[in-house]
Design a protein around this ligand. Structure first.
Ligand code: TYD
Length: 139
């Protein structure tokens, strides 16, 4: 149940890497190495130094968040527990389960935040008010 998910359900997934002296390749394939079917890919880039993104939760959306380039921090909050994860390598994904408040910060220059998502963009899936989020969590 999404309302019961905690920050401890959000784990780092090691992605496969094909090594080559000329550069590496990481491939993510539905039903093979991701726990949901990918319906949307989007990426954040050109984030000015010191700016923060996120500050919302999703009711149903599952996401893989990858630092495709550079680094940034993802602070997770389930209303009771908080944890901050630094993403800084393209072969690591943060699996973000539904119902978790998240904030993205400390973007390095040139950082690219690649997101694989389980659904298309749906404004109604967002909770953007922290008080409403706590209400959603029955806290
Ligand atoms: P939002 O998810 O609020 O970004 P963040 O939480 O990183 O600040 O999205 C910002 C805007 O971008 C919002 O007005 C809608 C638009 N948007 C899309 O049109 N499609 C998408 O897939 C996403 C993620 C955002």
């Amino acid at each position: 149940m999404n309302k019961q998910n905690t920050v401890f359900d959000c784990v780092i997934m090691e992605l496969p890497q094909v090594h080559n002296v000329a550069g590496n390749i990481t491939a993510i394939e539905n039903e093979k190495n991701i726990p949901f079917s990918v319906k949307r890919i989007y990426y954040l880039y050109d984030v000015p130094g010191g700016k923060e993104r996120g500050a919302h939760a999703h009711k149903k959306l599952q996401q893989y968040i990858v630092a495709a380039s550079g680094s940034f921090d993802v602070t997770l909050d389930d209303g009771l527990n908080k944890k901050t994860v630094t993403l800084n390598h393209p072969n690591r994904a943060l699996y973000l389960v539904p119902g978790i408040w998240r904030e993205l910060s400390n973007f390095s220059s040139g950082a690219i935040c690649l997101v694989l998502a389980s659904n298309i963009y749906d404004q109604n899936d967002y909770i953007r008010d922290y008080k409403k989020y706590l209400n959603f969590k029955n806290i």
